[in-house]
Design a protein around this ligand. Structure first.
Ligand code: G1P
Length: 311
């Protein structure tokens, strides 16, 4: 018997674990991602995946399971101690860099499991089953950066209030719905919470149940695992998390059913394609006062020059 299969109502089992799928091939960034995981691409001076782990920790999820695959060793190294480097920095008395190097290894209790075959996000999440057991858990997708843990905290609160699973939803332009999992929704008594009645992975705009798109944050009831096991390949021939969650919308609450959505109106950064990645890097760079001061005059001049067609 798992230690959490006690007599408590399921929603009172606290969420303490985060699952971070990081097995994707990163083909949109080739050749940069030929030997480097896309999750390790820097946003200024920190790899993208570190922001995601920091967000989980800020929402009090200190146990992080990363779903990795081939050529992802550097992710494990990044969250591990680097003794040689630390000794060298210590010898130089470079306290600031030493702190930055230690930060990632002290962040969370990291665990890793390999996906083996790239069979989709749903399959990646299924790989977390042995680690997660009968507990609810969060899923954070690395392509989405959300620079505050408020959303995830609110989602955990909603899970604790209603049970079931919770997805983060953001309103997107109609022509963008085909890039996301899209939700049919009904209001609840709370402004920022909806009941999810339907979910479609990457629908054609005319078939989308709404313009509310799933962004890469989920809190899943463990009832998702048996459903994922039975979920056939969907969009793109992959096992989709969206399809398994849609199935859960049809389950009774006592069977781990019901899916709620938390409506997110804050800022989300997409690092999944080149243009959005560059936008994210620039935005994050401008938050650093020392970099902003150096970059702003250059950027003004650059925009003037390129805007008037000069090379
Ligand atoms: C995944 C999910 C999709 C979700 C999106 C959020 O798609 O399958 O439902 O809306 O993440 O970023 P991906 O972008 O990995 O193709």
């Amino acid at each position: 018997m798992n230690d959490s299969t006690d007599q408590r109502r399921p929603e009172t089992v606290p969420v303490t674990k985060a699952v971070v799928p990081a097995a994707g091939l990163g083909t949109r960034f080739l050749p940069a991602t030929k030997a480097t995981p896309k999750e390790m691409l820097p946003i200024v001076d920190k790899p993208a995946i570190q922001y995601v782990v920091e967000e989980a920790v800020a929402a009090d999820l200190h146990d992080v399971l990363m779903i990795t695959g081939r050529s992802k060793r550097s992710i494990e190294d990044h969250f591990d101690r680097a003794y040689e480097l630390e000794e060298a920095l210590e010898a130089k008395g470079d306290e600031e860099r030493l702190r930055s190097v230690r930060e990632s290894s002290d962040l969370a209790q990291m665990h890793y499991v390999r996906q083996g075959e790239p069979r989709g996000l749903g399959h990646a999440v299924l790989c977390a089953k042995a680690h997660v057991g009968d507990n609810p858990f969060a899923v954070l997708l690395g392509d989405d950066l959300i620079d505050s843990a408020d959303l995830l905290r609110r989602m955990i609160q909603v899970r604790e209030e209603y049970g079931g699973s919770v997805v983060a939803l953001m309103e997107v332009e109609p022509e963008q719905v085909s890039l996301y999992g899209c939700a049919g929704i009904e209001p609840t008594d709370e402004d920022d919470v909806v009941t999810v009645t339907d979910l479609v992975e990457k629908p054609d705009p005319e078939q989308a149940p709404s313009r509310w798109a799933i962004i890469g944050r989920y809190v899943c009831d463990p009832a998702i695992f048996p459903v994922l096991q039975e979920t056939p390949p969907g969009r793109g021939g992959e096992i989709q998390l969206t399809d398994a969650l849609r199935e859960l919308t049809r389950y009774k609450p006592e069977d781990g059913g019901t899916v709620r959505g938390v409506l997110f109106r804050g800022r989300r950064y997409d690092t999944g394609n080149r243009a959005d990645y560059i936008r994210t890097v620039v935005d994050f760079a401008f938050r650093r006062p020392e970099l902003a001061a150096e970059l702003l005059p250059w950027m003004r001049e650059f925009v003037d020059r390129r805007g008037s067609g000069r090379p």
